[in-house]
Design a protein around this ligand. Structure first.
Ligand code: SF4
Length: 418
């Protein structure tokens, strides 16, 4: 759990990007603070409209870097167009695309739901934390200290919370937790598949359910049952986020991740066999202290083999008080090189996936305002599709519309209303 401070400059569109970043951070359990002095991470969302603005951005980045204890993240238009200027000005900052900021703040750890683990309705998105804590003890994780062992309320209680969210207007329910795959383990058995089945069957209304992060080990034990529930219920987005973190069993052991590479691959193959179209999302931590060149090659190979369409690549950074913080770390340049290689492969996979969607027709649930008059939604496989002019055509949040995919950017597909 990090405390973040965000500063946004420039146009409405950039403010919209900051809202998306904040929503993802809040969903992950991170808390905003008013001043950078009190933050763990300071986020500067930049603008680059004229030269004077650039000077101001550089000056503000330098202040945040030198005068506050927070780690600095620079994003926005200047970061994307002239990111090298920050390094040239000797500013120690991570320069990132908007979409990569939340994952960077998460630092490879699991998300932390709201402190009281109560549901939150944000627009038409209902966030439903189904449990607190996890059954793991990852060597790099500080979240575990705050959340402790798994504590799962009964299925009935979570079904009732889902019902209340739908009643309050939720069209998409996001099931969250540190590790949704071990829900029920404190009661002696994994119950995620049963909970999902009951929400789909017992809660009336038009809504979709997205299952949040589940570690591969938790899912491995119920992979057949879970895949069957996904295949039988249209209300579930065909989407699974299982962070593998490395393609090397040696590194996974040092991370104390509990799963092996082959268990992760088994889960992927089970879902491939059960579902015609689904989205695999995973995370990799690059540059863990014990990661060798060979380990890194194994991660690249696993990425190419399983081809996840959504991949979060995080450069390892030490969290004080964790066991991994005591290990001798790798150099920053090496971590940067390995991270770039992973990101290049990731971008090829994502571009290929988007390209394969062009020309297809899809049903899309609208859940977010986009920039200008566009709106953003998700298809059944939880692929993000932006629809330009949607607002002008009278489309609103929570609507379900038919679109034809006409193109894509690096992060989402573009669709025209049918
Ligand atoms: S699964 Fe690992 S990374 Fe996630 S909260 Fe538990 S110990 Fe931390």
């Amino acid at each position: 759990m990090a405390r973040y401070h965000i500063e946004t400059y420039g146009c409405t569109s950039n403010r919209g990007e900051s809202r998306q970043i904040e929503r993802a951070l809040r969903e992950g359990g991170h808390h905003p603070v008013e001043t950078p002095e009190r933050a763990d991470v300071a986020i500067l969302n930049t603008c680059t409209v004229v030269e004077k603005t650039e000077h101001n951005m550089l000056r503000r980045a330098k202040e945040l870097d030198e005068e506050t204890p927070a780690d600095l993240v620079v994003t926005g238009c200047m970061a994307l167009a002239q990111g090298e200027q920050f390094e040239a000005a000797d500013i120690d900052a991570e320069v990132l695309h908007w979409d990569d900021v939340p994952e960077h703040v998460r630092n490879g750890e699991c998300p932390t739901p709201t402190p009281d683990a109560e549901p939150v309705l944000d627009g038409v998105v209902g966030i439903l934390p189904i449990a607190r804590g996890c059954t793991s003890d990852c060597s790099y994780c500080i979240t575990k200290r705050a959340t402790g062992k798994i504590d799962s309320p009964p299925i009935e209680e979570n079904v009732e919370k889902a019902r209340a969210l739908v009643h309050a207007g939720a069209k998409e329910i996001r099931i969250t937790g540190q590790d949704t795959g071990v829900y029920g383990m404190d009661d002696g058995e994994r119950k995620l598949h049963r909970l999902l089945e009951r929400i789909c069957e017992e809660v009336d209304g038009e809504f979709q359910v997205r299952v949040g992060m589940a570690n591969p080990k938790g899912v491995y034990g119920i992979r057949e049952e879970l895949a069957e529930v996904f295949a039988s219920h249209d209300k579930l987005y065909n989407f699974l986020h299982i962070p593998v973190q490395s393609g090397s069993d040696d590194v996974l052991a040092e991370m104390r991740r509990q799963h092996t590479v082959s268990e992760y691959v088994d889960v992927v193959e089970t879902f491939d066999a059960a579902l015609e179209e689904w989205t695999l999302s995973t995370d990799f931590i690059v540059g863990f202290p014990t990661e060798t060149d060979r380990d890194h090659e194994q991660s690249l190979a696993l990425l190419r083999e399983t081809r996840p369409e959504k991949v979060n690549v995080t450069r390892f950074s030490k969290r004080p008080g964790t066991d991994a913080a005591d290990m001798k770390g790798l150099g920053g340049t090496l971590k940067k090189e390995r991270s770039s290689e992973m990101v290049d492969v990731k971008m090829d996979i994502v571009a290929e996936a988007h390209e394969s969607m062009v020309g297809t027709e899809r049903e899309v649930l609208i859940v977010e305002d986009g920039t200008d008059e566009s709106m953003v939604g998700y298809d059944r496989a939880y692929r993000q599709i932006a629809i330009p002019d949607a607002e002008r055509e009278g489309v609103g949040l929570g609507d379900v519309v038919d679109v034809e995919v006409t193109g894509h950017s690096t992060v989402y597909a573009l669709g025209d209303l049918l």
